[in-house]
Design a protein around this ligand. Structure first.
Ligand code: F6R
Length: 612
């Protein structure tokens, strides 16, 4: 939700800002803007994407060695030129970029209006920069003090970066709720919403904590104060991001590249954890909490969107293998419904970005109640990784496409390992079954690679369904969440309405929707309920629905009745989600491509949802 970049040093700021915005565009693409100081403060902004901003500034003066930039996902005010960031202070001498929502902006704005200020935009951000300048002028204090005083009045979430014409040698940044990373160069500083715009310039970074304000002056050390004026010692970390992962590497879209990366990313999320040789699974990150996990009264998985679907798969696996009761909660609901939590519960938060506002709030709530909170997270150093008691990184590498793909299968891989690790220690599965699963799990990357060979076949099937208005996805057991995930992928990137349902529930309502126009994607792989799913397929066929069936290789029964059949390599039925997800991702991808949709930046979405 909104991407922020800032630079101060000896280099020209513009290329750094624009490259940074390109990297952060996944966070929002409603408008883009930048502000640079070169004697005077200049500000350029426009509705549209980063490329529109580049066109907009083509013949303008963009020189200067200090600047800030922003790519927006609209919260307050429609996406237009005026509401785009940065925003000016009343004098036009300061400019501010902001990610987050200032919840009390209305009352702050009223006060400022009463004092005679006028506003050009509908944003909460313009209110904040007005407030900062108002305090600075009226209290006759320096800008850092004014920022501190203003932020102490603010309720809500923010990551802000501010520049001031009168102090061109200083960049001020602050955060509460929304993420900010400072990159420390040789004699310059970079700042961004995540580390991807920074990594090509420096690997030394400081992740700001809530309530912290960074004062960045080239030639001096980074200085961090809190809003209440405590001096903090910066904790400098080394970035470990592979730059190549931030490029498309010949693929037309990041989404397709990331779908194809899954053989590797699943492997990476097992590396050093699952060993066939020793017949063991070790999750180093949660080792300290192993006893708690083994003795947990309940495990509560909290997440949003695709990560929530991974949680649902986890529920089946943890209950089936580890015999621990599991609840899966939308983080947004969990945080407001006063959940009953016991000290021997374990909350596990799942998030690709580690910045999803609702998930972070759910974690904070659980921690306040004294519950152990573990994280399953992809982004190293993210807020989730920092506020949980312990956790396992998914190691899927940066996921740039807004629709989550490889992060999902990596999350499921961690959950499988967790369920297996607990079941091994608690002896809730036989040694033989455990070892079989371990062997099968190790073969998943190769089977995913094999699955990807069906890409052309899936594209041909997809082309037959590009004009449909609705689609139904059915699955049972551990594949029911996969049906939901398949439906979500289709909705997100092709804008076709789709629902994922447990196959047996179809006759309790959704069957009314089925007619000759309706594609029904059914996961009908070999499992305990296979025959029942076949009956559901018959029920759809009887109503002339079009069946796209995902079956185990060699299946002959479903082939007789389905309109299209996609075979997945054989594996243990508990591990099928890791493979069956792939054809559903590809199906959505090809339908969306054929419909001419923007694959990596679907309308209205942003990858990192840092507002409620
Ligand atoms: C769907 C998707 C979203 C995210 C959700 C949670 O493709 O990407 O539904 O899964 O916004 O995001 P994270 O996992 O970053 O907490």
């Amino acid at each position: 939700m909104c991407g922020i970049v800032g630079y101060i040093g000896k280099k020209q700021a513009y290329p750094i800002l624009i490259n940074g915005l390109r990297r952060l565009e996944y966070r929002g693409y409603d408008s883009a803007g930048l502000s640079i100081i070169n004697g005077l403060l200049k500000l350029y902004k426009t509705k549209g994407k980063v490329i529109d901003l580049e066109r907009f500034v083509r013949d303008r003066d963009i020189s200067g060695t200090v600047g800030i930039a922003h790519t927006r996902w609209a919260t307050h005010g429609e996406p237009n030129d005026v509401n785009a960031h940065p925003h000016y202070s009343p004098s036009g001498k300061m400019a501010l970029v902001h990610n987050g929502i200032i919840e009390n902006y209305n009352s702050l704005k009223k006060e400022l209006l009463n004092r005679g200020y006028t506003f050009t935009s509908e944003t909460d951000t313009e209110v904040l920069i007005h407030l900062i300048e108002d305090i600075k002028v009226n209290e006759n204090i320096d800008i850092v003090k004014a920022v501190q005083m203003a932020l102490s009045q603010v309720v809500g979430a923010y990551a802000i970066v501010l520049i001031c014409e009168e102090e061109p040698g200083m960049l001020i940044a602050a955060k509460q709720g929304s993420p900010l990373v400072v990159g420390i160069g040789e004699d310059d500083f970079y700042i961004a919403s995540d580390a991807t715009p920074i990594v090509e310039y420096t690997r030394d970074v400081v992740y700001l904590n809530d309530q912290e304000i960074a004062i960045l002056k080239p030639g001096e050390h980074i200085k961090i104060l809190t809003v209440s004026n405590r001096i903090m010692t910066p904790y400098i970390q080394k970035l470990e991001i592979n730059l190549g992962n931030l490029e498309k590497r010949g693929f037309p879209h990041f989404m397709l590249k990331e779908i194809y990366e899954q053989a590797n990313s699943i492997h990476d999320s097992m590396r050093g954890r699952t060993s066939l040789q020793s017949g063991m699974i070790k999750l180093g990150g949660v080792k300290k909490y192993e006893d708690k996990l083994l003795n947990a009264r309940r495990i509560i998985l909290v997440a949003c969107g695709t990560s929530w679907h991974a949680g649902l798969v986890g529920e089946y696996l943890l209950e089936f293998l580890a015999r621990i009761p599991v609840e899966v909660e939308y983080a947004s609901e969990f945080r407001y419904r006063q959940p009953v939590l016991y000290k021997d519960d374990i909350v596990i938060a799942i998030s690709q970005s580690g910045e999803t506002a609702d998930t972070i709030a759910a974690v904070k709530l659980a921690k306040e109640k004294g519950v152990t909170v573990l994280g399953i997270c992809n982004v190293v150093g993210s807020t989730l990784a920092r506020i949980t008691d312990a956790g396992s990184y998914t190691h899927a590498g940066p996921e740039i496409g807004v629709a989550s793909t490889k992060a999902f299968t990596a999350q499921v891989t961690i959950l499988i390992q967790m369920a297996l690790m607990i079941s091994m220690k608690k002896k809730t599965v036989s040694k033989e079954r455990f070892l079989n699963l371990l062997v099968e799990l190790n073969q998943i990357p190769a089977k995913v690679k094999k699955m990807l060979k069906a890409n052309d076949q899936i594209r041909e099937i997809a082309e037959k369904f590009i004009n449909v208005k609705n689609a139904l996805y059915l699955g049972r057991g551990v594949n029911y969440p996969i049906a939901m995930e398949g439906a979500l992928k289709l909705k997100e990137i092709s804008y076709i309405h789709a629902e994922g349902y447990p196959a047996a529930e179809m006759k309790h309502g959704p069957i009314a929707l089925i007619d000759v126009e309706m594609p029904v994607v059914v996961i009908a792989t070999q499992c305990e309920t296979y025959e029942k799913v076949v009956s559901n397929i018959q029920e759809v066929k009887a109503r002339k629905g079009k069946i796209i069936a995902i079956v185990t290789e060699g299946d002959t029964e479903v082939r007789k009745i389905a309109d299209h059949v996609i075979e997945v390599p054989k594996t243990d039925e508990l591990l099928v989600p890791l493979i069956a997800t792939i054809p559903l991702q590809l199906l959505s991808y090809h339908i969306a491509v054929a419909r001419g949709c923007n694959i990596d930046q679907p309308r209205n979405l942003a990858k990192s949802v840092t507002v409620e």
